[in-house]
Design a protein around this ligand. Structure first.
Ligand SMILES: C[S@@+](CC[C@H](N)C(=O)[O-])C[C@H]1O[C@@H](n2cnc3c(N)ncnc32)[C@H](O)[C@@H]1O
Length: 215
């Protein structure tokens, strides 16, 4: 086994255990979906939960439900009267997610919406402000997601954006040919870094997790 895999294994075995339902979901996602790497997984899931607890988040909005793993981590973190609104445009994956939501003790806190993320945000933009947004849908639309979400977050609230290092592509020049997702993430990372209304840091966790605080 590679040294970095051994370190990850060590970290996971010395961190909070992955809850049983999430272990089951993790396995089913690996068996039934084409790209199971999209799932947050044990380490990132526990970190998302802990960060949401540290923030004291009560209202969370997520773009990119996939099979529901991160939504379940957030639902675990918030109080009983809190809510996680999670959005995805994929009906088939939505079936797996909703089955796991219904098995979870936190099911009452999760609202699952189906549709294009930007369209759904437009529809629900009058909702009370959110404490935390998790951006994890189409990498080519991260900047648009940020612009739509910014007014929906309370002052002092947070936005997390996943995959912002994009497998290291953000530091490669691609021999002059940069794909659309990398281009978009380069633009997003620059925009967040330059925005004086924010404090932010890119955590080198997994594929890069940007933590943004709205001042
Ligand atoms: C990386 S996965 C989300 C992983 C999940 N948050 C987790 O941590 O387990 C990205 C998801 O975004 C969804 N997605 C992509 N483009 C979208 C769009 N325009 N609107 C809504 N969902 C979209 C995909 O269907 C996919 O399920």
């Amino acid at each position: 086994m590679k040294r970095e895999d051994l370190i990850l294994q060590y970290i996971c075995s010395h961190s909070e255990e992955e809850p049983q339902l999430l272990q089951q979901l993790n396995r089913e996602t690996h068996v039934k979906t084409i790209n199971p790497r999209m799932l947050s997984g044990h380490l990132q899931g526990r970190i998302l939960k802990l960060l949401a607890q540290m923030i004291g988040a009560k209202r969370i909005i997520e773009l990119g439900t996939f099979t529901g793993y991160s939504a379940l981590c957030f639902a675990e973190a918030i109080p009983d009267d809190g809510v996680v609104i999670t959005i995805d445009h994929d009906d088939e994956l939505g079936e797996i997610a909703s089955r796991y939501f219904s098995l979870s003790p936190y099911k009452k806190k999760i609202v699952q919406l189906t549709g294009d993320a930007l369209d759904v945000l437009e529809r629900i933009k009058q909702q009370p402000l959110f404490d935390l947004a998790f951006i994890d849908a189409d990498k080519r639309q991260y900047s648009d997601y940020f612009d739509a979400l910014y007014p929906m977050i309370r002052k002092g609230g947070y936005l997390f954006a996943d995959n912002t290092l994009w497998d290291g592509h953000v530091v490669e020049n691609g021999g002059g040919k940069i794909d659309n997702q990398t281009l978009s993430l380069l633009g997003f990372n620059r925009k967040i870094h330059q925005d004086k209304r924010l404090e932010s840091v890119i955590l080198p966790l997994r594929d890069g997790l940007t933590i943004i605080r709205k001042l």
